[in-house]
Every structure is written in C-alpha cells, then in structure tokens.
Design a binder for this molecule. Structure first.
Ligand SMILES: Cc1cc2nc3c(=O)[nH]c(=O)nc-3n(C[C@H](O)[C@H](O)[C@H](O)COP(=O)(O)O)c2cc1C
Length: 307
C-alpha cells in the first residue's frame, strides 16, 4: 500500500481501468445524463446502453415496474442507432477520459459483425455483446441461451474488430458455465454477467400484465445472490476476466462479486435509486482495502475462502 492508499487499478481484457467500477449497460444512458450527480472522470469505465444498427423506438409503455427489492424493465433497446451514436454521443463520452465500452445488439450474426466494424473507431475501448436481452422478440436472447450460437456470434465479432470483445451472459439458462465456455472458445476476451432474469407481474384488478411487453427483465438486489453464485461458477470454469453485476448497491456488494471471481463490477439499478452510487462504491472499496491491509484491489478477485 502506498501512502496515497491502496492501488485500485485493474486490467480487464487489456483495458486499463483506474478502479474496478463501471456502469451497467442501459442504466446510465450515455453517461452525460449523470454528469451533474457525479464526476464521471472518477469511474473505472463507462458502459453505454445498447447500440443497434438502426434507431429503435423501444417497447410500448409501461416499460418499468418496481418489484420487491428490484425492478422489472422492458425498454426494448430504445436508442438512436450506431451512426448517431458515433457522431453525437461518442465525442462527448470521450471527454471524460475513462474507457468507453459500447454495448451492442443485433438481429443476426451479420448485423452484430457489421456493428462491430462500424464501432471500431477511436474513442471506443471495447465492445460488449448483448446476446442476452430478454425484452426483444427473437433477438439477442436466442444467441445467449444456446452454446453454438453464442460461439458463432462471438467468433464473428472477434473476427470483425481488433477491440476487446466482452460477451454478456444471460442468467436465463440451465447451466451458465456451458455458455461461458462457448464464448471463451470462440475467442472472447472477457465475460460480463449477469443480465436480467426474465420475470412478469400482473395487475390483479385489471387482470393485465404491468408491462406493455407482458414480460420483462428483473434487476436489483433481488437478483444479487443468483448473480454472485453465477460469477463464482463461471470463474471456476473459464480463464477469462469477469465483470460482475446484479444488484450492487454498495461497496460491500461489489466486494462480494470480486471475492466470487470478478475482476471488475458494474452498477445498474442502483443508479436509479441514488445517481452517485458508483462514487460511493469506489470510496467504499478503498476503505475496505485499507481496513483489511489489501495493497491492490486486484488481490480480491477470487479470494473467496472455502474450507
Ligand atoms: C432499465 C434497464 C435497461 C437495461 N438495458 C440494457 C442494455 O441495453 N443492454 C444490456 O446488455 N443490459 C441492459 N440491462 C441489464 C443491466 O446492464 C444489468 O445487467 C442488470 O440490470 C443487472 O444489474 P443491476 O441489478 O445492477 O441492475 C438493463 C437493465 C435495466 C434495469
């Protein structure tokens, strides 16, 4: 430990981050939306909401619903499309001086590959493949729940870019380790997990679903134990860095993910509750390292003790 405190820096798939804390895709806009609440230059990285080839309107409302210890969402990948992202959002995002990870989604392997080529530009540090969005009919999801299609997709993207490729895994599978192995064998550089758990809720008075899309993705503290278990399982099976997420509200939660095997963490739903959560998580991790004589935060990755 130096006099200035613990070393919080981590490397994930060749991306040098000043600390292990980043935004979870879709919960932090393009970053700028949060500028008045926290200093974005303090973050480990910024992960954008999903970018698609063409602009998307998203799903019919209502799109979000609060649940016990979490929320259901069915946004449906609303975004301005790749061209507008590159021209209008990316130049502003680069100003913060932290790595920019662009989350991408497509209807086919070809579309993902085309997006990867388009986004291989200055200012983009990595691509995260949303192979697992549960809210869009006949999209991402069917890649993320099947080993061979996850592998085929990851391979096509890796072959289309020289950027690091992060495959984001769906928890809506029988055994997440099989999908993780397929992504690793296809050449992915890192994995992020978990995306939302497929859920549903019903208004008993109207007898209608609360969400316009009928089903949606469950996120927030309710899913954290599932996510920690999945990070633990995947870390033991695959030799790739993991970005862990699912219900992180505090530094304690983030550290839990790192002990389970994550090299970095992402904060999602908590940004809606308290927009400065990431700042507090970064500070809390530093405090924990000081209290536990941890010189480098990277030492926490996989440091779980099981007798
Ligand atoms: C409103 C909302 C929008 C999301 N949009 C995306 C998205 O565009 N792409 C993606 O890969 N994941 C998306 N996610 C999933 C999150 O990035 C994250 O994996 C998940 O919510 C679990 O983390 P959390 O419990 O901290 O929110 C979204 C989640 C929410 C709540």
């Amino acid at each position: 430990m130096t006099s200035s405190g613990p070393d919080l820096s981590v490397q994930v798939a060749g991306i040098a981050m000043q600390n292990p804390v980043m935004s979870a895709s879709g919960t932090f806009g393009y970053g700028m939306e949060y500028e008045e609440y926290l200093d974005l230059s303090e973050l480990g990285a910024i992960v954008t909401k999903a970018v698609t080839l063409e602009p998307r309107e998203g799903n019919p409302p209502p799109r979000v619903r609060e649940t016990p210890a979490g929320m259901l969402n069915a946004i449906g990948l609303q975004n301005p499309g790749a061209r507008a992202f590159i021209d209008e959002k990316l130049p502003q995002l680069r100003e913060f001086g932290v790595p920019v990870i662009v989350n991408i989604s497509g209807r086919s392997v070809k579309e993902f590959a085309q997006l990867a080529r388009m986004l291989t530009v200055d200012g983009v540090d990595a691509l995260e493949l949303n192979v697992s969005c549960p809210n869009v009919e006949d999209e991402g999801m069917h890649f993320g729940v099947d080993c061979s299609s996850t592998g085929e997709l990851a391979r096509a993207v890796v072959d289309s870019t020289d950027l690091p490729v992060i495959v984001k895994l769906s928890p809506n599978v029988t055994d997440i380790r099989e999908i993780a192995v397929a992504a690793a064998e296809a050449g992915a550089h890192a994995l992020s997990l978990i995306n939302t758990l497929l859920g549903m809720s019903i208004d008993i008075d109207t007898r209608r679903p609360h969400l316009g899309n009928v089903t949606g993705g469950l996120s927030g503290p309710a899913i954290r134990p599932v996510a920690v278990r999945m990070v633990h399982e995947v870390a033991r099976e695959v030799d790739l860095p993991i970005i862990g997420m699912g219900g992180i509200m505090s530094a304690r939660d983030a550290i839990e993910f790192m002990l389970a095997g994550a090299s970095a963490v992402a904060v999602g739903t908590a940004n809606f509750v308290e927009p400065a959560t990431m700042r507090d998580v970064i500070r809390g991790i530093a405090d924990y390292c000081r209290r536990h004589d941890v010189a480098r935060v990277a030492e926490l990755t996989g440091a779980l003790r099981i007798d």
